[in-house]
Design a protein around this ligand. Structure first.
Ligand code: PEP
Ligand code: MN
Length: 338
Protein backbone atom coordinates (compact mmCIF):
# COMPACT_ATOMS: atom_id res chain seq x y z
CA UNK A 1 0.00 0.00 0.00
CA UNK A 2 1.09 3.53 -0.65
CA UNK A 3 0.61 6.49 1.69
CA UNK A 4 0.67 9.77 -0.20
CA UNK A 5 1.59 12.67 2.08
CA UNK A 6 0.20 16.18 1.55
CA UNK A 7 2.52 18.80 0.07
CA UNK A 8 2.23 20.61 3.39
CA UNK A 9 3.19 17.53 5.48
CA UNK A 10 5.79 18.32 8.13
CA UNK A 11 8.86 16.11 8.81
CA UNK A 12 7.19 15.10 12.13
CA UNK A 13 4.04 13.97 10.32
CA UNK A 14 6.13 11.96 7.84
CA UNK A 15 8.12 10.32 10.67
CA UNK A 16 4.89 9.47 12.47
CA UNK A 17 3.52 7.65 9.39
CA UNK A 18 6.80 5.73 8.97
CA UNK A 19 6.64 4.66 12.62
CA UNK A 20 3.01 3.53 12.31
CA UNK A 21 3.79 1.49 9.15
CA UNK A 22 6.56 -0.32 11.04
CA UNK A 23 4.33 -0.86 14.09
CA UNK A 24 1.76 -2.49 11.79
CA UNK A 25 4.27 -5.09 10.65
CA UNK A 26 5.36 -3.60 7.29
CA UNK A 27 8.61 -2.17 6.01
CA UNK A 28 8.42 1.55 5.17
CA UNK A 29 9.97 2.68 1.88
CA UNK A 30 10.16 6.44 1.53
CA UNK A 31 10.13 8.11 -1.88
CA UNK A 32 10.99 11.79 -1.56
CA UNK A 33 9.57 13.61 -4.60
CA UNK A 34 10.12 17.26 -5.50
CA UNK A 35 6.70 18.25 -4.30
CA UNK A 36 5.59 15.53 -1.91
CA UNK A 37 6.60 12.38 -0.07
CA UNK A 38 5.19 8.94 -0.81
CA UNK A 39 5.68 6.12 1.68
CA UNK A 40 5.26 2.51 0.60
CA UNK A 41 4.11 -0.10 3.15
CA UNK A 42 5.76 -3.30 1.92
CA UNK A 43 5.27 -6.87 3.17
CA UNK A 44 2.60 -9.54 3.27
CA UNK A 45 2.04 -10.14 6.96
CA UNK A 46 1.21 -6.66 8.24
CA UNK A 47 -2.12 -5.32 9.45
CA UNK A 48 -3.62 -3.69 6.36
CA UNK A 49 -6.68 -2.20 8.01
CA UNK A 50 -4.49 -0.15 10.34
CA UNK A 51 -2.59 1.24 7.36
CA UNK A 52 -5.93 2.17 5.76
CA UNK A 53 -6.77 4.04 8.98
CA UNK A 54 -3.74 6.29 8.37
CA UNK A 55 -6.06 8.23 6.04
CA UNK A 56 -7.04 10.01 9.25
CA UNK A 57 -3.47 10.85 10.32
CA UNK A 58 -2.23 14.45 10.07
CA UNK A 59 -0.38 15.23 6.85
CA UNK A 60 -1.79 12.24 4.92
CA UNK A 61 -3.45 12.98 1.56
CA UNK A 62 -4.54 9.44 0.63
CA UNK A 63 -3.85 5.75 1.13
CA UNK A 64 -3.79 3.65 -2.04
CA UNK A 65 -4.06 -0.15 -2.18
CA UNK A 66 -1.74 -1.64 -4.76
CA UNK A 67 -2.12 -5.31 -3.89
CA UNK A 68 -5.20 -7.42 -3.24
CA UNK A 69 -6.52 -7.84 0.30
CA UNK A 70 -7.25 -11.55 -0.25
CA UNK A 71 -4.43 -14.03 0.16
CA UNK A 72 -5.40 -17.72 0.30
CA UNK A 73 -7.79 -17.51 -2.66
CA UNK A 74 -5.28 -15.59 -4.74
CA UNK A 75 -3.50 -16.99 -7.78
CA UNK A 76 -0.42 -15.17 -6.53
CA UNK A 77 -0.29 -17.67 -3.68
CA UNK A 78 -1.18 -20.74 -5.74
CA UNK A 79 -0.69 -20.67 -9.48
CA UNK A 80 -2.25 -24.05 -10.31
CA UNK A 81 -6.04 -24.27 -10.63
CA UNK A 82 -7.72 -25.86 -7.63
CA UNK A 83 -9.77 -28.93 -8.49
CA UNK A 84 -12.65 -29.52 -6.10
CA UNK A 85 -13.89 -33.10 -5.84
CA UNK A 86 -17.64 -33.20 -5.26
CA UNK A 87 -18.70 -36.79 -4.63
CA UNK A 88 -16.27 -37.95 -7.31
CA UNK A 89 -17.01 -35.18 -9.84
CA UNK A 90 -14.01 -32.95 -10.47
CA UNK A 91 -14.83 -29.24 -10.67
CA UNK A 92 -12.05 -27.12 -12.18
CA UNK A 93 -10.31 -30.03 -13.88
CA UNK A 94 -10.92 -28.85 -17.44
CA UNK A 95 -14.30 -30.47 -18.18
CA UNK A 96 -17.37 -28.24 -18.17
CA UNK A 97 -19.36 -29.52 -15.19
CA UNK A 98 -23.15 -29.12 -15.41
CA UNK A 99 -25.29 -29.02 -12.29
CA UNK A 100 -29.01 -29.21 -13.04
CA UNK A 101 -32.28 -29.57 -11.20
CA UNK A 102 -35.25 -27.67 -9.88
CA UNK A 103 -35.02 -24.39 -8.02
CA UNK A 104 -37.01 -26.01 -5.19
CA UNK A 105 -37.59 -29.63 -4.34
CA UNK A 106 -41.40 -29.66 -4.45
CA UNK A 107 -42.29 -33.34 -4.23
CA UNK A 108 -40.81 -36.82 -4.46
CA UNK A 109 -42.05 -37.34 -8.02
CA UNK A 110 -41.05 -33.89 -9.30
CA UNK A 111 -37.48 -34.40 -8.06
CA UNK A 112 -37.06 -38.01 -9.17
CA UNK A 113 -38.44 -37.31 -12.64
CA UNK A 114 -36.06 -34.35 -13.01
CA UNK A 115 -33.08 -36.27 -11.64
CA UNK A 116 -33.57 -39.16 -14.07
CA UNK A 117 -33.96 -36.80 -17.03
CA UNK A 118 -30.94 -34.60 -16.27
CA UNK A 119 -28.81 -37.68 -15.64
CA UNK A 120 -29.86 -39.16 -18.99
CA UNK A 121 -29.03 -35.85 -20.70
CA UNK A 122 -25.52 -35.90 -19.23
CA UNK A 123 -25.69 -33.66 -16.14
CA UNK A 124 -22.88 -34.19 -13.63
CA UNK A 125 -24.70 -33.16 -10.43
CA UNK A 126 -28.23 -32.61 -9.16
CA UNK A 127 -29.35 -29.34 -7.58
CA UNK A 128 -32.54 -28.67 -5.64
CA UNK A 129 -33.43 -26.28 -2.82
CA UNK A 130 -34.72 -27.70 0.45
CA UNK A 131 -34.45 -24.39 2.33
CA UNK A 132 -35.42 -21.49 0.09
CA UNK A 133 -34.49 -17.83 0.51
CA UNK A 134 -37.66 -16.18 -0.78
CA UNK A 135 -38.19 -12.45 -1.09
CA UNK A 136 -41.70 -12.77 0.33
CA UNK A 137 -42.42 -14.69 3.56
CA UNK A 138 -45.71 -15.82 1.99
CA UNK A 139 -44.00 -17.70 -0.86
CA UNK A 140 -43.04 -21.40 -0.76
CA UNK A 141 -40.18 -21.76 1.72
CA UNK A 142 -39.02 -25.29 0.88
CA UNK A 143 -39.73 -28.75 2.29
CA UNK A 144 -36.68 -28.80 4.60
CA UNK A 145 -35.52 -32.23 5.78
CA UNK A 146 -38.16 -34.02 3.70
CA UNK A 147 -36.56 -32.48 0.58
CA UNK A 148 -33.11 -33.58 1.76
CA UNK A 149 -34.39 -37.16 1.95
CA UNK A 150 -35.79 -36.94 -1.60
CA UNK A 151 -32.42 -35.60 -2.77
CA UNK A 152 -30.65 -38.50 -1.08
CA UNK A 153 -32.96 -40.99 -2.80
CA UNK A 154 -32.44 -39.29 -6.19
CA UNK A 155 -28.68 -39.35 -5.69
CA UNK A 156 -28.69 -43.04 -4.76
CA UNK A 157 -30.70 -43.92 -7.84
CA UNK A 158 -28.85 -41.77 -10.39
CA UNK A 159 -25.38 -41.57 -8.87
CA UNK A 160 -25.47 -37.77 -9.17
CA UNK A 161 -23.89 -35.83 -6.28
CA UNK A 162 -26.23 -33.36 -4.57
CA UNK A 163 -25.91 -29.58 -4.31
CA UNK A 164 -28.35 -27.81 -2.01
CA UNK A 165 -28.49 -24.51 -0.16
CA UNK A 166 -27.90 -24.02 3.53
CA UNK A 167 -29.50 -20.80 4.76
CA UNK A 168 -28.69 -20.68 8.43
CA UNK A 169 -26.07 -21.84 10.88
CA UNK A 170 -28.72 -23.92 12.62
CA UNK A 171 -29.18 -26.09 9.51
CA UNK A 172 -25.50 -26.66 8.68
CA UNK A 173 -25.27 -30.08 10.34
CA UNK A 174 -28.38 -31.57 8.78
CA UNK A 175 -27.61 -30.18 5.29
CA UNK A 176 -24.01 -31.43 5.51
CA UNK A 177 -25.33 -34.90 6.35
CA UNK A 178 -27.15 -35.12 2.99
CA UNK A 179 -25.39 -32.73 0.58
CA UNK A 180 -22.22 -33.44 -1.39
CA UNK A 181 -21.73 -29.67 -1.81
CA UNK A 182 -23.38 -26.99 0.35
CA UNK A 183 -24.56 -23.88 -1.48
CA UNK A 184 -24.27 -20.46 0.13
CA UNK A 185 -26.94 -18.38 -1.57
CA UNK A 186 -26.36 -14.93 -2.97
CA UNK A 187 -28.20 -13.27 -0.10
CA UNK A 188 -25.93 -14.99 2.43
CA UNK A 189 -22.59 -14.32 0.74
CA UNK A 190 -21.58 -11.95 3.52
CA UNK A 191 -23.16 -13.88 6.39
CA UNK A 192 -19.81 -14.15 8.09
CA UNK A 193 -20.91 -16.35 10.98
CA UNK A 194 -22.41 -18.83 8.49
CA UNK A 195 -19.17 -18.74 6.47
CA UNK A 196 -17.10 -19.34 9.62
CA UNK A 197 -19.21 -22.36 10.49
CA UNK A 198 -19.03 -23.74 6.94
CA UNK A 199 -15.25 -23.39 7.06
CA UNK A 200 -15.24 -26.23 9.59
CA UNK A 201 -17.47 -28.58 7.55
CA UNK A 202 -15.69 -31.40 5.68
CA UNK A 203 -17.71 -30.83 2.49
CA UNK A 204 -17.18 -28.53 -0.52
CA UNK A 205 -18.94 -25.17 -0.56
CA UNK A 206 -20.57 -23.46 -3.55
CA UNK A 207 -20.29 -19.74 -2.83
CA UNK A 208 -22.64 -17.63 -4.92
CA UNK A 209 -21.79 -14.01 -5.58
CA UNK A 210 -24.02 -11.52 -3.75
CA UNK A 211 -26.34 -9.52 -6.04
CA UNK A 212 -24.53 -6.31 -5.13
CA UNK A 213 -21.12 -7.65 -4.18
CA UNK A 214 -17.95 -6.52 -5.89
CA UNK A 215 -15.45 -9.13 -7.06
CA UNK A 216 -13.23 -8.12 -4.14
CA UNK A 217 -16.02 -8.67 -1.60
CA UNK A 218 -16.87 -12.02 -3.20
CA UNK A 219 -13.27 -13.22 -3.01
CA UNK A 220 -12.96 -11.97 0.56
CA UNK A 221 -16.07 -14.00 1.46
CA UNK A 222 -14.32 -17.06 -0.04
CA UNK A 223 -11.23 -16.10 1.97
CA UNK A 224 -13.28 -16.66 5.17
CA UNK A 225 -13.83 -20.28 4.13
CA UNK A 226 -10.18 -20.95 3.25
CA UNK A 227 -8.85 -19.09 6.28
CA UNK A 228 -11.16 -21.16 8.49
CA UNK A 229 -9.83 -24.42 7.07
CA UNK A 230 -12.09 -25.34 4.12
CA UNK A 231 -10.10 -25.23 0.88
CA UNK A 232 -12.84 -26.89 -1.19
CA UNK A 233 -14.61 -23.81 -2.47
CA UNK A 234 -16.34 -23.35 -5.81
CA UNK A 235 -17.41 -19.81 -6.78
CA UNK A 236 -20.59 -19.06 -8.73
CA UNK A 237 -21.46 -15.91 -10.68
CA UNK A 238 -25.27 -15.62 -10.62
CA UNK A 239 -25.89 -12.10 -11.82
CA UNK A 240 -25.74 -8.73 -10.12
CA UNK A 241 -28.14 -5.82 -9.70
CA UNK A 242 -27.73 -3.12 -12.31
CA UNK A 243 -30.03 -0.43 -13.74
CA UNK A 244 -31.21 -2.94 -16.37
CA UNK A 245 -34.71 -4.30 -15.80
CA UNK A 246 -35.14 -6.36 -18.98
CA UNK A 247 -33.32 -9.24 -17.32
CA UNK A 248 -33.74 -10.32 -13.67
CA UNK A 249 -30.04 -9.74 -13.00
CA UNK A 250 -27.04 -8.90 -15.16
CA UNK A 251 -24.87 -12.01 -15.60
CA UNK A 252 -21.39 -10.58 -15.17
CA UNK A 253 -19.28 -12.81 -17.39
CA UNK A 254 -16.37 -10.38 -17.25
CA UNK A 255 -16.24 -11.24 -13.54
CA UNK A 256 -15.95 -14.94 -14.44
CA UNK A 257 -12.92 -14.25 -16.64
CA UNK A 258 -11.46 -11.84 -14.08
CA UNK A 259 -11.87 -14.21 -11.15
CA UNK A 260 -10.16 -16.94 -13.18
CA UNK A 261 -7.21 -14.53 -13.42
CA UNK A 262 -7.27 -13.44 -9.78
CA UNK A 263 -8.00 -16.76 -8.09
CA UNK A 264 -7.13 -20.44 -8.39
CA UNK A 265 -10.65 -21.48 -7.32
CA UNK A 266 -13.11 -22.97 -9.85
CA UNK A 267 -15.88 -20.64 -11.06
CA UNK A 268 -19.36 -21.60 -12.25
CA UNK A 269 -22.01 -19.47 -13.95
CA UNK A 270 -25.74 -19.56 -13.22
CA UNK A 271 -27.57 -18.42 -16.36
CA UNK A 272 -30.98 -19.09 -14.74
CA UNK A 273 -30.69 -16.54 -11.92
CA UNK A 274 -28.30 -14.48 -14.04
CA UNK A 275 -30.99 -13.67 -16.59
CA UNK A 276 -34.35 -14.78 -15.20
CA UNK A 277 -35.31 -15.79 -18.74
CA UNK A 278 -35.46 -19.34 -20.08
CA UNK A 279 -34.65 -18.24 -23.65
CA UNK A 280 -31.32 -16.78 -22.50
CA UNK A 281 -30.08 -19.88 -20.67
CA UNK A 282 -28.54 -21.54 -23.74
CA UNK A 283 -26.76 -18.48 -25.18
CA UNK A 284 -25.43 -17.42 -21.79
CA UNK A 285 -24.32 -20.98 -20.99
CA UNK A 286 -22.21 -20.99 -24.15
CA UNK A 287 -20.92 -17.49 -23.42
CA UNK A 288 -19.97 -18.53 -19.87
CA UNK A 289 -18.06 -21.55 -21.18
CA UNK A 290 -16.28 -19.29 -23.67
CA UNK A 291 -15.39 -16.86 -20.85
CA UNK A 292 -13.65 -19.68 -18.99
CA UNK A 293 -16.31 -20.91 -16.56
CA UNK A 294 -15.56 -24.35 -15.10
CA UNK A 295 -19.22 -25.25 -15.12
CA UNK A 296 -22.86 -24.22 -15.06
CA UNK A 297 -25.73 -24.49 -12.62
CA UNK A 298 -29.05 -24.54 -14.44
CA UNK A 299 -32.64 -24.74 -13.17
CA UNK A 300 -34.71 -27.53 -14.74
CA UNK A 301 -38.33 -28.46 -13.98
CA UNK A 302 -40.63 -31.08 -15.54
CA UNK A 303 -43.36 -28.44 -15.90
CA UNK A 304 -41.94 -24.92 -15.41
CA UNK A 305 -45.37 -23.29 -15.59
CA UNK A 306 -46.32 -25.13 -12.40
CA UNK A 307 -43.02 -24.52 -10.55
CA UNK A 308 -43.36 -23.20 -7.00
CA UNK A 309 -40.28 -21.03 -7.55
CA UNK A 310 -38.35 -19.66 -10.54
CA UNK A 311 -40.41 -21.33 -13.29
CA UNK A 312 -39.73 -18.59 -15.88
CA UNK A 313 -35.98 -19.21 -15.63
CA UNK A 314 -36.19 -23.01 -15.66
CA UNK A 315 -35.70 -25.25 -18.68
CA UNK A 316 -38.15 -28.09 -19.20
CA UNK A 317 -36.73 -31.60 -19.63
CA UNK A 318 -36.46 -31.56 -23.47
CA UNK A 319 -35.03 -28.03 -23.26
CA UNK A 320 -32.25 -29.26 -20.98
CA UNK A 321 -31.47 -32.16 -23.30
CA UNK A 322 -31.18 -29.71 -26.21
CA UNK A 323 -28.87 -27.46 -24.17
CA UNK A 324 -26.60 -30.38 -23.36
CA UNK A 325 -26.43 -31.33 -27.03
CA UNK A 326 -25.59 -27.73 -27.96
CA UNK A 327 -22.85 -27.73 -25.34
CA UNK A 328 -21.41 -30.89 -26.84
CA UNK A 329 -22.32 -32.95 -23.80
CA UNK A 330 -24.57 -35.35 -25.62
CA UNK A 331 -24.40 -38.52 -23.59
CA UNK A 332 -24.12 -39.58 -19.99
CA UNK A 333 -20.54 -38.81 -19.19
CA UNK A 334 -18.91 -40.20 -16.13
CA UNK A 335 -16.65 -37.36 -15.00
CA UNK A 336 -15.59 -39.56 -12.07
CA UNK A 337 -13.45 -41.54 -14.47
CA UNK A 338 -11.78 -38.43 -15.93
C1 PEP B 1 -31.07 -20.78 -6.08
O1 PEP B 1 -30.04 -21.33 -6.48
O2 PEP B 1 -32.21 -21.24 -6.25
C2 PEP B 1 -30.95 -19.44 -5.45
C3 PEP B 1 -31.85 -18.98 -4.61
O3 PEP B 1 -29.86 -18.79 -5.90
P1 PEP B 1 -29.31 -17.32 -5.51
O4 PEP B 1 -28.87 -17.42 -4.09
O5 PEP B 1 -28.21 -17.12 -6.49
O6 PEP B 1 -30.46 -16.35 -5.70
MN1 MN C 1 -33.91 -20.43 -7.94
Amino acid sequence: MLVNMKRSATPEEISHVIERIKECGFQAHVVQGEERTIIGAVGSSGRRSEIEALRAAPGVAEVIQISHPFKLVSRQLREACTIVDVGGVKVGGGDLVVIAGPCSVESHDQLLETARAVKAAGANMLRGGAYKPRTSPYDFQGLGVEALRFLEEASKETGLPIVTEVMSEADVEVVAEYADMLQVGARNMQNFSLLRKLATVPKPILLKRGPSATVKEWLLAAEYLLAGGNANVVLCERGIKTFETATRNTLDLAAVALVKELSHLPVLADPSHGTGLRSLIAPMSKAAAAAGADGLIVEVHPCPERALSDGPQSLDLPGFETLMKELGKTSVRDVKAA
